[in-house]
Design a protein around this ligand. Structure first.
Ligand code: SME
Length: 159
């Protein structure tokens, strides 16, 4: 395991291209969900300086807060509620340019302005979501969609 992440400056694509192999090395043979989610959240927060990066894990009829980096957050989200619960229901990522314009958005931090949520899908079921908040409007673009989906799809294969 690497001692420290190499942080590069550059375009989002360049940062993700440098970060993804490092995340894969960081996870390595480790199978523990909490440990790996914790390190993935930390790596993304460190690389991009997002406001909040974390996971919500599906547990029966709720999603429950998992490892994260950033301000404190709500602990439980129901299916269909907020951005995370909508992604759980629809099984598709959502990019929210302005959280104030997303009906039912669950505000955990008043600093959050935009958000992206990516599902982790195993055997056609959403088992968790990766949620990232920014303190800037319209912070997420097609690069985030592409590379975060890549990270989540790869991560599920390690479980
Ligand atoms: N905004 C999310 C809730 C989680 S926090 O952003 C950490 C939502 O609407 O589902």
């Amino acid at each position: 395991m690497a001692e420290e992440l190499v942080k590069i400056e550059g375009s989002k694509g360049e940062i993700y291209s440098s970060l993804i192999p490092q995340i894969k090395a960081l996870v390595g043979d480790e199978k523990d969900l909490v440990a790996n989610q914790a390190n993935i959240a930390a790596a993304l927060k460190h690389a991009f300086g997002f406001l909040w990066v974390g996971f919500y894990n599906v547990r029966e009829d709720m999603m429950i807060l998992g490892p994260f980096q950033g301000p404190i957050a709500c602990t439980r989200i129901r299916k269909g509620k907020g951005v995370c619960g909508t992604v759980w229901e629809t099984k598709k990522h959502i990019v929210v340019d302005n959280v104030d314009e997303f009906p039912g958005h669950i505000a955990c931090s008043t600093l959050s302005k935009s958000e992206i949520v990516i599902p982790l899908i195993q055997e056609c079921q959403v088992i968790a979501v990766l949620d990232i908040d920014s303190d800037q409007l319209t912070a997420f673009d097609e690069n985030d969609v592409l590379y975060l989906n890549e990270i989540c799809e790869w991560f599920v294969t390690t479980l």
